[in-house]
Design a binder for this molecule. Structure first.
Ligand code: AHR
Length: 503
């Protein structure tokens, strides 16, 4: 019997809703078709946004959305995407699939999407191929509420009120597609560019996010912080609110032989994928440790603004569109990552799955007028009440299983007290065969009632347009209240959410 000790009286930190954030880039059918179909589309839409998609995203309370990239961000010139649609520039999206980008989805459309979703806005600026002036004017266009050339232009384009920009990314992957820079070089650029990301709303300051590392490039983190954040120099304080981290789970690696299929995989691929996902725990811990040296007060958040599975594209689809199916394995990947982010909420302030619709590890897939919720959508559904909750002290007996070169714990968990005062336990069971009995022992509160919801199935189970409801959550009735807490058996291949009412 595995013991899960929970102390409801010890709060380890606040779970920012943004830990369940999303990312959507001008890539493949992510935005066009997947979200934005235009006002004249036969697909039901509100101001051009697909109603089915927006409704499904609202069900999981998308808290924040990052846009327009990704690599696309460092080639994006925002003025191409404003004004009357018939005058917007048409161009080739050289980075992703060589298709025509007609700029019909631009700043106004992004803000409209976030309004419909009720989510925070995370805009990613262009450092790689853009100027300081261009970035500064974009911020002025979006947020200035007075008389100025950019505010006047926004008004002339139909938006009288300024919008709120919650987060602004100063470049993306500037170690790679965003300019192939060295860390010191980027650090210097960051100091300059961020100066002109002005805060026009003192009561709603923009949080500035610097480009962080690619996976385990700890040198990048250290050198960028050395260049941008000299703790003893007051001038450096306030330059940065977040430092990003990108890490993808790629089962077979980035080599020519392929990354691995989303649907065709065996037991060994299952464990390797989950083991490689668990590497996120080490990445977050080690990048946080470096940040602690520079910023022991933890004022700068680690922003994991790209994470998720990256498989080979589905056969027959455009290789540049990164379209992949999504199985129970993806739900486990999501559940493990979301538990990791929760457990590191002292440092991790936002995380954004890549990407929201039709690209990489999506929560939704579309085909013409049809839409399916993926197993990953259900993982977010199960975890959503962690948003704005307080993380509790907890400890679970686990053992490492799977591929010895990429081991994974047999179970992961995170535990919080939700806004409505309940205990929320989210867990994953990585084993393909073993169900684990768990005895949860509570200190600081007494369990009165327990209910739950579970996502489980054969590892390849997934939803298709022909069979859209093959995978979904069902009530979990296997948990019972004991004198000291609760008891349940955690089924193999599953993601579970338990809500416990406390006395
Ligand atoms: O999410 C796809 C791509 O992955 C992004 O454009 C880039 O930032 C990363 O390399």
């Amino acid at each position: 019997m595995a013991k899960l000790y929970i102390n409801t009286a010890i709060k380890k930190g606040h779970l920012n809703p943004e830990l369940q954030g999303h990312f959507s880039e001008h890539l493949g059918r992510g935005i066009y078709e997947g979200i934005y179909v235009g006002e004249d589309s036969p697909i039901e839409n509100v101001n051009g946004m697909r109603k089915d998609v927006v409704d499904a995203l609202k069900e999981i309370h998308v808290p924040a959305l990052r846009w327009p990239g990704g690599c696309f961000a460092d080639e994006y010139h925002w003025m191409d995407g404003i004004g009357p649609k018939n005058t917007r520039k048409k161009m080739i999206n050289t980075h992703w699939g060589g298709v025509v980008e007609d700029n019909s989805f631009g700043t106004h459309e992004f803000m409209e999407l976030c309004r419909q979703l009720g989510c925070k806005t995370y805009v990613n600026g262009n450092v790689g191929s853009g100027t300081v002036q261009e970035m500064s004017e974009w911020v002025e266009y979006m947020t200035f509420d007075g008389v100025s050339p950019m505010a006047d232009l926004r008004k002339a384009n139909g938006q009288a009120e300024p919008w709120k920009v919650d987060y602004f990314g100063v470049g993306n992957e500037n170690w790679g597609c965003g300019g192939n820079m060295l860390p010191e070089q980027y650090g210097m650029m960051y100091r300059r560019y961020q100066t002109y990301v002005r805060n026009y709303h003192p009561d709603h300051p923009i949080k500035k996010v610097a480009c962080g590392s690619n996976a385990g490039d700890f040198e990048w983190t250290r050198k960028v912080l050395e260049t941008t954040f000299r703790r003893t120099n007051p001038k450096d304080h306030g330059m940065m609110d977040g430092l990003s981290l990108h890490y993808y789970t790629v089962p077979k690696g980035w080599g020519e032989e392929g990354k691995g299929s989303a649907l065709k995989f065996d037991d060994s691929d299952w464990y390797t994928t989950l083991g490689k996902t668990w590497y996120m725990e080490e990445l977050v811990s080690r990048h946080s440790a470096i940040m602690d040296v520079f910023d022991p007060e933890k004022k700068i958040g680690l922003i994991v603004d790209e994470w998720g599975d990256w498989f080979d594209v589905e056969p027959g689809t455009n290789p540049g569109f990164l379209y992949q199916q999504n199985t129970i394995r993806d739900a486990l990947v999501a559940g493990i990552n979301l538990n990791i982010f929760n457990n590191h909420c002292d440092r991790v302030k936002m995380a954004n799955i890549a990407q929201m619709v039709n690209v990489l590890q999506s929560v939704l897939l579309t085909d013409g007028a049809r839409m399916v919720k993926t197993p990953t959508w259900y993982a977010f559904y199960l975890y959503q009440k962690h948003q704005d909750a307080d993380l509790c002290e907890s400890d679970l007996d686990t053992e490492m299983i799977g591929d010895p070169s990429h081991p994974v714990p047999n179970m992961t968990k995170s535990v919080s007290i939700t806004k409505d005062g309940k205990l929320l336990i989210t867990m994953t069971n990585e084993s393909l065969t073993e169900d684990y009995p768990v005895e949860a022992v509570l200190t600081g509160g007494k369990a009165v009632r327990v209910s739950g919801s579970i996502l489980t199935g054969e590892m390849h189970a997934h939803n298709t347009f022909e069979n859209p409801d093959a995978v979904h959550c069902v009530p979990f009735t296997g948990a019972s209240v004991t004198d000291t807490g609760i008891r349940f058996t955690m089924p193999h291949c599953s993601v579970l959410a338990l809500e416990v009412e406390l006395a």
